[in-house]
Design a protein around this ligand. Structure first.
Ligand code: IPD
Ligand code: CA
Length: 266
């Protein structure tokens, strides 16, 4: 199979649909056995693992030379220069509680650069896609971010990590921001937050603590919608900080997050 981003996206979409359907239909089974990972508040279910395993099996059959990085099973070896980055269920807490805001997030990277990505909410059937240079899409609808350029008009999305000490610092940042913005949403799935910012359902999104599988697909979708996606002070988006916003709003939000030391102690 070719490494053309369009072909890679087509496969990513097919896999995200099948994986999303497995997660959605297996939810009752998932509720029976819930474990935890980095902290007691960080859940993992049998369906997180089964969904990741399904995608890995399909990729092993269709693209045996590719590397896969997944949240649940880590990194597998490759050799082709193509890497798939998967969060089988982004928004696991929502999934557990029956809140219809979770997603399969699947990105494809060639030589380290993300070239295609899909984020699919199996509950709503909404699906966001992008390939490099091809724009960002939800179905037939081409995405462009918000036109809001000032903080006082901005509806911000954010999220919190699972570590309680980090959460205390994140809460302090939110306490400073909240009086200055239209409002803040904590919807519970980073990949969907990025897609919502790409679509203008949120004016901007920021979060400390994202992992590659939370970020990779949504980052490309937001960028292809015209948003800037960065960390703080010239850093790329990543674990220390991710800000996704249209350029004018990005500038003011970035300045505020720098002022607040939102990436935490150095
Ligand atoms: C989490 C969600 C959440 C974000 C956390 C992520 P998970 O992913 O995306 O919105 O705030 O940082 O870890 O654990 O549900 O896959
Ligand atoms: Ca996950």
């Amino acid at each position: 199979m070719s490494d053309d981003p369009r072909d890679l996206l087509e496969l990513a979409v097919r896999l995200a649909r099948e994986a999303g359907e497995l997660a959605r239909s297996g939810r009752q089974r998932a509720l029976a056995a819930v474990g935890s990972k980095s902290s007691p508040t960080d859940p993992v279910t049998e369906l997180d693992r089964a969904t990741e395993s399904l995608v890995r099996q399909r990729l092993a059959a269709e693209r045996p030379g590719d590397e896969v990085l997944g949240e649940e099973a880590g990194s597998s070896s490759g050799g082709s220069g193509v890497r798939w980055v998967l969060d089988p269920i982004d928004g696991t807490v929502n999934y557990l509680y029956g809140l219809p805001q979770y997603a399969v997030s699947l990105a494809v990277q060639c030589q380290g650069r993300t070239v295609a990505g899909v984020v699919r909410n199996p509950e709503s059937g909404e699906e966001w896609t992008a390939f490099a240079g091809g724009g960002a899409w939800r179905g037939e609808h081409r995405l462009a971010g918000s036109a809001v350029s000032t903080l006082d008009r901005a509806l911000l999305g954010t999220g919190f990590g699972y570590d309680s000490a980090v959460r205390a610092e994140q809460a302090a940042v939110v306490a400073e921001l909240l009086p200055k913005v239209r409002d803040i949403r904590r919807l519970g799935a980073a990949s969907l937050d990025l897609c919502f910012a790409a679509e203008g359902r949120l004016d901007a999104y920021y979060e400390r603590g994202l992992q590659p599988w939370d970020l990779a697909a949504g980052e490309l979708i937001a960028q292809e919608a015209g948003l800037l996606v960065t960390g703080l002070a010239g850093e790329p988006a990543g674990a220390a900080m991710t800000i996704a916003a249209p350029p004018d709003l990005h500038a003011v939000l970035h300045a505020e997050l720098v002022r607040l030391g939102a990436a935490g102690p150095a």
